[in-house]
Write a protein that binds this ligand. Structure first.
Ligand SMILES: Cc1cc2nc3c(=O)[nH]c(=O)nc-3n(C[C@H](O)[C@H](O)[C@H](O)COP(=O)(O)OP(=O)(O)OC[C@H]3O[C@@H](n4cnc5c(N)ncnc54)[C@H](O)[C@@H]3O)c2cc1C
Length: 356
């Protein structure tokens, strides 16, 4: 029998598995034939540490040393918010919330030269934002899991049974047993809880879409910062010589293999085109992923109040990568009874007991 059985091979599952492998043998089960097939393979891959609700910021800050010390996880990007006429107040709120520095339109155009000075009236900037090499991060956590256990892909968990010693799980035609079950099933985490006979939390997957488009003719976008419309109404991020453009949609849906709707993508592209002097000429690819939120918007980390051998690692929303080092450490702290370095408010806001 293993010590820990983890359901889900996204960033939540592999990072929790890597931490727990320090304390016992881990088996990680992933339904798809590869890791990071769902949300974790579809993100915008940005690391910021002052962005979002209190617990998200605390976990992102608690992750900073891990990010900066890991070989090749981060590269500099910077983040900029811009406003058109009538959006100045919204931008001022973004500047205050995310501790941005207000900059002039001229300075904004030095950073992103295609911005239209006739349609951008104000901007805010922060250099403390990085691109995450998400594949490298996943692989490095996966190596740590394999150092004291195994990762089984193509293993969809179909049955979960509580036993006197722990759990018995059927997946991909095999039976696995462990003392502790970790639910890192992303959009499917409530379904996994139900399968284990526990109450669901009320997680809601929300679709977010991205178009990958050709860079404007004659420009190299690689040094441009990630750029948001005021109020996060859309964003643009340079990506290997092209641009990612998202309408920042958040359509509530059910757990599924998400895809992007053409009209939603067109809306995002139109909002970007409305602030720049260059049209989008060609879509290279597009996709959508599910960002899954608990009812209060905070992540759910640690043993369930009804059964401490069932551990939640769910509800990462739009912050699953940038919080993963700190969040996975907290999961291990709570499973092993180790003291956490996080503040009391973050501990209570992330505790599964808040839904009991
Ligand atoms: C467009 C977009 C942009 C984003 N941008 C950012 C960003 O810039 N920075 C950031 O930090 N985050 C970002 N996010 C959020 C981030 O991607 C997610 O928070 C994170 O990937 C969630 O990871 P996860 O492991 O919980 O879920 P997933 O990656 O979805 O993994 C869950 C896994 O569980 C598996 N599973 C489910 N049920 C079972 C079962 N019964 N048996 C076996 N396996 C099962 C699934 O197959 C899946 O692989 C973004 C997300 C999207 C969609």
């Amino acid at each position: 029998m293993d010590d820990f059985l983890i359901i889900g091979g996204g960033i939540a599952g592999v990072s929790a598995g890597a931490r727990l492998a320090e304390f016992g043998r881990v088996t990680l089960l992933e339904a798809e034939t590869a890791l990071a097939y769902h949300a974790s393979g579809r993100s915008a891959a940005l690391y910021v540490h002052e962005h979002g609700p209190h617990a998200t910021v605390a976990l992102a800050r608690a992750s900073k040393d891990d990010f900066l010390s890991a070989e090749g996880w981060l590269s500099p990007r910077g983040v900029m918010f811009i406003a058109g006429a009538g959006e100045e107040e919204t931008l001022a709120r973004n500047i205050a919330d995310y501790r941005l520095t207000p900059i002039s339109v001229d300075e904004a155009r030095q950073k992103v030269p295609v911005l239209d000075p006739a349609r951008v009236v104000a901007a805010g900037w922060d250099e403390e934002a990085w691109d995450i090499d998400t594949d490298r991060m996943i692989q490095s956590y996966a190596r740590a899991v394999r150092a004291n256990g195994q990762i089984v892909t193509g293993a969809k968990v179909e049955k979960i049974r509580r036993t006197a010693q722990g759990w018995q799980v059927e997946a991909g035609g095999a039976t696995h047993e462990a003392r502790v079950l970790v639910n890192a099933a992303g959009a499917w985490a409530d379904a996994v809880a139900r399968m284990a006979g526990l109450a669901p939390i009320g997680l809601v997957p929300k679709r977010r879409s991205i178009a990958r488009v050709a860079a404007p003719e004659g420009f190299d976008p690689s040094p441009w910062p990630m750029t948001f419309g005021a109020g996060e109404s859309w964003y643009m991020k340079p990506d290997a010589g092209a641009l990612l453009i998202s309408p920042a949609d958040a359509e509530p849906t059910t757990p599924h293999d998400a895809w992007a709707d053409d009209m939603v993508l067109a809306e995002g592209i139109a909002r970007w085109e409305d602030r720049v002097t260059t049209p989008v000429t060609r879509m290279i690819a597009n996709w959508a992923g599910l960002r899954t939120f608990a009812p209060d918007g905070n992540v759910v980390l640690g043993p369930a109040p009804q059964d401490d051998a069932f551990v939640w690692c769910a509800g990462q929303g739009g912050f699953g990568f940038l919080t993963a080092p700190g969040a996975s450490r907290l999961v291990a702290d709570r499973v092993t009874g180790r003291q956490s370095a996080l503040d009391a408010r973050t501990l209570s806001e992330t505790d599964p007991a808040r839904f009991a």
